[in-house]
Design a protein around this ligand. Structure first.
Ligand SMILES: C[S@@+](CC[C@H](N)C(=O)[O-])C[C@H]1O[C@@H](n2cnc3c(N)ncnc32)[C@H](O)[C@@H]1O
Length: 512
């Protein structure tokens, strides 16, 4: 049988027995890393499996058999598989559509990777089945490839707000990783995709991990959920900009079939229609800088095109020139540099970009929120290329939204009457020329959140330093004005907008 004709079969009983077998075999990401070593582990992530195979050579224990079969995509003797998976056996894997079997051997047609995660609800481990990856295939990916958990998947998973919520949508679910993560805090999740194959992997992964409350729906963009509303939408959409010419592969997993950044524009401008009041959408995306039209400004226009008002917080993490972008995505499809095919694909990308006068492509995070009532109050479009502190941003984003709402509801008199505290992860650095009496630069740094570093003047530094929850901001400003011998009203007018910014960015907090 042609393995691609075989679809995953999410059979509840076999999934349960496979989960029991995998648990019993200690099939975890840490155990595999230990079995084949750190360096081979990172090589597998880059698509190179031979170092891991060498490390497992001669081993026939369950972990080694499963590592080779389910992660590295190698055929294994049937007897070894039956021993490693005593409940499921080779026939169970075949029944799930994850492998083919004959009298002697089992050949995987999918991988099942252990995936550890940590969030505000605790640490855990999932097993995630998806199509054979580059390491397993040892060749370019087919166009209907269902992606496993990659770097972008993990980024978006760690951005998801951890606060409890009712109805969720994962648009373009692939193997279902965002839906699984969403279910940690969202009661019911609809997972959509244009790929039936992807939806079957999602259902299988939900069963394998004992996660209920995920409903799958086939269809493009918002069409499968027309008329429904959600409190959370999460999407790692197929945002990769791809030339629309013959000979360029159109990978379902990364390319939504539109010109340029049209798919991200469509998701951003249409998502408001499925957001319930107060609902939040979190997306990843690419955006082009076209002529003099800067990428982040174009995202602002997409948000403005929403049928409902939307708060927007867009973070540009990276900007690539057209050639670097083309190289990134041509290599990602498994076409190697130095081949004529590589050169012709790069040309196709460069032609496509020049047709729209694209000079740069931004990548980043988009958070959109439909206000409960009234107009939008949040519009942050910022560049943050710095390395981020370890740990997810989900809780930070949730706190930032709460702080934004709270400070927006206070006028300056009320804010001045509030007692604030400096966040425990904030440190201050003073840079001073040798022998100088006063610092030339005072810097506040965040240990968590986005790891921001901001330069502050002595007035703001004094205020932040004095925020211990004891005295209201207005009283502190009065004392600092006296100390610095400046006009109190002018100092207050200068400091309060910046206090608001420090509350939203998490340097300061309300004291309660
Ligand atoms: C980049 S993958 C993301 C997979 C997974 N959610 C993750 O975070 O790893 C994008 C997914 O969107 C799906 N997709 C492509 N075009 C789509 C469309 N027009 N509407 C909905 N989903 C689409 C693809 O099949 C693929 O599964």
């Amino acid at each position: 049988m042609n393995p691609r004709a075989q679809l995953p079969e999410p059979d509840p009983d076999v999934c349960r027995s496979l989960a029991d077998d995998l648990r019993e075999a200690g099939f975890t990401s840490a155990a595999l890393r230990e079995a084949w070593g750190e360096t081979p582990d990172t090589a597998v992530a880059r698509g190179l499996r031979s170092p891991a195979l060498r490390a497992l050579s001669g081993r026939d224990d369950a972990l080694a058999v499963l590592g080779r079969l389910l992660v590295l995509g190698m055929p294994e003797p049937r007897a070894s598989v039956d021993r490693a998976l005593p409940r499921t056996g080779a026939s169970g894997l075949a029944k799930l559509g994850l492998a083919t079997e004959d009298a002697d051997a089992v050949t995987p047609v999918a991988i099942v990777r252990p995936q550890s995660f940590a969030d505000e609800h605790g640490d855990g481990e999932w097993w995630v089945a998806s199509d054979l990856d580059e390491a397993a295939l040892q060749s370019a990916l087919p166009e209907d490839h269902v992606l496993g958990v990659g770097g972008a998947s993990l980024t978006l998973a760690s951005l998801q707000l951890p606060t409890p919520s009712g109805r969720g949508l994962d648009l373009g679910t692939g193997c279902g990783i965002q839906a699984l993560r969403a279910r940690r805090s969202v009661a019911h999740v609809v997972a959509t995709d244009v790929s039936e194959r992807a939806l079957r992997f999602t259902r299988l992964n939900a069963l394998l991990n004992g996660v209920d409350g995920i409903e799958t729906r086939l269809g493009s963009l918002f069409e499968p959920v027309a008329g429904r509303q959600f409190d959370r939408v999460v999407s790692n959409p197929p945002f990769v900009i791809t030339p629309r010419v013959d000979g360029v592969p159109a990978y379902e997993y990364r390319d939504g079939g539109m010109v340029g950044d049209g798919l991200v524009a469509a998701v951003v401008s249409q998502v408001g229609a499925v957001l319930a009041p107060g609902g939040v959408a979190q997306l990843l995306g690419n955006w082009e800088t076209r002529g003099g039209d800067v990428g982040l400004d174009r995202v602002r226009e997409w948000v403005a095109g929403s049928p409902v008002p939307l708060d927007a917080w867009v973070v540009e993490r990276e900007v690539l020139d057209p050639l670097s972008y083309a190289e990134l995505w041509v290599r990602d499809g498994g076409t190697l540099p130095g081949t004529p095919r590589y050169a012709s694909l790069i040309d196709a990308w460069l032609d496509d970009f020049s047709a729209r006068d694209v000079s740069a492509i931004g990548f980043g995070y988009i958070l959109l929120r439909r206000p409960e009532t009234g107009p939008a109050t949040l519009a942050r479009f910022e560049r943050m290329p710095q390395a981020l502190p370890d740990g997810g941003l989900g809780a930070h984003l949730a706190d930032a939204l709460t702080a934004h709402d709270r400070q927006t509801a206070l006028d300056d008199v009320e804010l001045a009457a509030s007692a604030l505290v400096v966040s425990p992860d904030v440190t201050e650095a003073r840079h001073q020329l040798p022998g100088a009496e006063a610092p030339t630069v005072i810097e506040l740094r965040q240990g968590g959140g986005f790891g921001r570093a901001i330069a502050v003047d002595p007035g703001l530094a004094a205020l932040v330093g004095a925020c211990d929850g004891d005295l209201p901001v207005g009283v502190l400003v009065g004392a600092i004005a006296q100390l610095l011998e400046v006009d109190e009203v002018a100092l207050r007018d200068d400091l309060l907008p910046r206090v608001r910014e420090l509350l939203v960015t998490g340097f300061l907090r309300f004291d309660d």
